[in-house]
Design a protein around this ligand. Sequence first.
Ligand code: DQQ
Length: 535
Amino acid sequence: DAMFSWQRTAFHFQPQNNWMNDPSGPLFHMGWYHLFYQYNPDSAIWGNITWGHAVSKDMIHWFYLPIAMKPDKWFDINGVWTGSATLLPNGEIIMLYTGDTNNYVQVQNLAYPANLSDPLLLDWVKYINNPVIEPPPGIGLKNFRDPTTAWIGPDKKWRVLIGSKKGKISISLVYKTINFTYFELNDNYLHAVPRTGMWECVDFYPISINRSNGLDTSVNGPEVKHVLKASLDDTKVDCYAIGTYFIENDTWVPDNPNEDVGIGLLLDYGRYYASKTFYDQVKKRRILYGWINETDIASDDLKKGWASLQTIPRTVLFDKKTRSNLVLWPIEEIESLRISSDEYEGVVITPGSVVPLNITQASQLDIFAEFEIESFTSEGNISNDNIDCGKGTLERSSFGPFGIIAIADDTLSEQTPIYFTLSNTSLGFSTTFFCVDETRSSKASEVEKPVYGSKVPVFSDEKLSMRVLVDHSIIESFAQGGRRVISSRVYPTEAIYGATRLFIFNNATNINIKVSIKIWHLNSAFIGPFPFDQS
Ligand code: DQQ
């Protein structure tokens, strides 16, 4: 339907049509990055879930492949749900996934490629004696899903986690196996947190605290910490914490119990869910995929014939400065889409002003901007500090908001500001918030228009900086090198194609802001059918 065609993105992965949700089983095999995804081949709303399949050489340009797994066995007839890949040292590929059975019980199933020497891994075999894991006593039959990538311990046993809840306690169960067909349940949970609901799509992996490479999932040692992530079914956010994994009894303890999984950090403070990492053995990095869901209404998704996108894959590293959070950053391959750039250095913006940048067709951009407080203005009293992102950029304070405005039209009748706002700057101590204001992102009425954001740590030797990827109806914003991330799904009706503009603004009352900004236009990626007849 041409009516919504401008909402289609140019370089974010999405199927040709219909519904997509969680990334599933990402892996690299024989020259190709494989992405599977929860896919409804029949409709633009969730249901009849299969595993869609696509391959890429660089995780930017994608070829669609035939559906990898359909709900066609009693153990997954109501849905081939989310799962993860494990690459065995002998080259085999193990796929564990949740099946929704004929009785609507959530069980864990094993699948594997029919032909490992096929680089495209087109055919998948479901193990004949599936399921390999059924809900254990005391665990709800509908609260037991999304097996992780497995890792191996010194006892040569593989471990897999499955998210659940028991009463009011959110838990991750640990299973051990040597052959992926017979599994033993540990007595201990890996971890449990009170009152954060059902844990979906648990992810668990090591990170290096001193190096800048990612780690394969089984790596452990003194310079390694472990990340535990859960997607909260109740509130639809992806929460994580960094801690220590004790392989002796398969438990994990967060570094900071006050910021435990579900009550602390989010991988992304915007529209983002059901993320999953994998280890890229080619470039020795850990890559994070995540699902950007719609914020319009289902009837509009049905009209436009598709729903949802995946973010640009992000590298995952430990923040060596704060030592308490991850840094997430778009994979370097996205830079291959850069076609031309514009740069503005040291532009001073006074309180209450909006400055248009001479960027046409600002619907496909990669932006890097730095902000400094240039000077304090004498006019006006110091107002109350913003203590969070507030109600958006119309809410002024002494030291914010200021930032950029993306996906705007000439008259700013539609606009999505990405901004910083500070508190207590005058006292020499400051808290910085990084936010996105979607309240004026669209003239359409039946879409959610939230204000997203979070506190972000900033060190005295750092400038305030943001990287922003703009793609028609998606904005991915990264503050301070990726310490905080916000994904936005917006629905412009005027700020589309050639009418899309970019601005910088300062709506603080008591500071002048100096901005340096570099803007690259981005090409479109190829995302289309695999050229089978030429292969
Ligand atoms: N989506 C899958 C489940 C998972 C949920 C079903 C998270 O396996 O828990 O499509 O979005």
